[in-house]
Design a protein around this ligand. Structure first.
Ligand code: SAH
Length: 249
């Protein structure tokens, strides 16, 4: 018992223990209770064997947060874990919103390597210039807003990283997103996909936007769509920052 009423909201990185930050691992080591979605907690069990693990299924985020506040109020040092970074489509925001009704509980957010960065490294350097992250999940955001953001990002020539490209009920969302972006982008735009980043079965593919529109994706995939300068260099996806242009000027 720490006696502290404190919760850490921890991003554990995309999968492999080695991609967790040293700070995140140190904090998990000192916590008594770890709360999270079953799949992420299973990635942690072997490295943190002496912890009490509390899990809930997907979409029970509010319930998961409440469990964490209850444990912290008992005086147990508690961590809520999210894959990647807890602030990117994760639970840091929800924990802070709920903390308004638990003012005596301290909250500390611990950053992690988000899928855009983990997957970006696998592909090469797809986000080397200004970029936008867009989630295709319409569970909490109306699809019309998602389409508007996709089109705006395409028109502004951002490199784009798409999270949640698909799920069982939304099989054709990636295809729909590509069709929106094709209104403002060349079909030859360089794109990339990474599946199971830093987990077993990691795979990457570099392809064009036209090809991406016909490529199935599932919820374990992160998608990258280049800007108009993005190119393929030795099989890797690179959005240049412009150094070469500067060098040859
Ligand atoms: N907080 C997480 C994102 C959660 S949203 C983060 O910062 O990474 C879930 C989506 O993230 C998935 O549908 C997928 O698009 C992406 N994602 C998360 N982990 C991934 C991994 N290991 N491999 C591929 N995609 C991943």
């Amino acid at each position: 018992m720490s006696g502290l009423n404190k919760i850490y909201v921890v991003g554990i990185g995309p999968g492999a223990y080695e991609q967790m930050t040293v700070a995140a691992a140190d904090i998990l080591r000192k916590c008594e209770v770890i709360v999270g979605y079953t799949v992420y907690v299973d990635l942690l069990r072997e490295h943190f064997t002496d912890k009490a693990f509390l899990t809930t299924a997907m979409r029970q985020e509010t319930e998961r947060c409440r469990m964490a506040f209850e444990e912290a109020q008992k005086g147990k040092l508690t961590a809520v874990v999210c894959s990647g970074d807890a602030g990117i489509y994760g639970m840091a925001g929800l924990m802070l919103e709920l903390s308004e009704v638990y003012p005596e509980t301290q909250i500390e957010v611990v950053p992690g390597v988000t899928a855009a960065l983990g997957g970006g490294a696998v592909l090469g350097a797809p986000l080397g210039h200004d970029c936008a992250f867009i989630s295709l999940s319409d569970l909490l955001t109306p699809w019309e807003i998602i389409e508007k953001r996709l089109l705006s990002a395409a028109e502004a020539d951002f490199a784009v990283c798409l999270y949640n490209p698909s799920s069982r009920k939304r099989k054709d969302y990636l295809q729909k997103a590509c069709q929106v972006m094709l209104k403002a982008k060349s079909p030859d735009t360089v794109c990339g996909l990474v599946k199971n980043i830093a987990r077993s079965g990691e795979e990457m593919k570099v392809l064009t936007l036209r090809e991406l529109a016909d490529t199935p994706a599932d919820m374990f995939v992160t998608v990258f769509i280049g800007n108009s300068d993005t190119k393929v260099i030795r099989g890797r996806m690179v959005t240049p920052r412009g150094y070469r242009a500067v060098l040859t000027e």
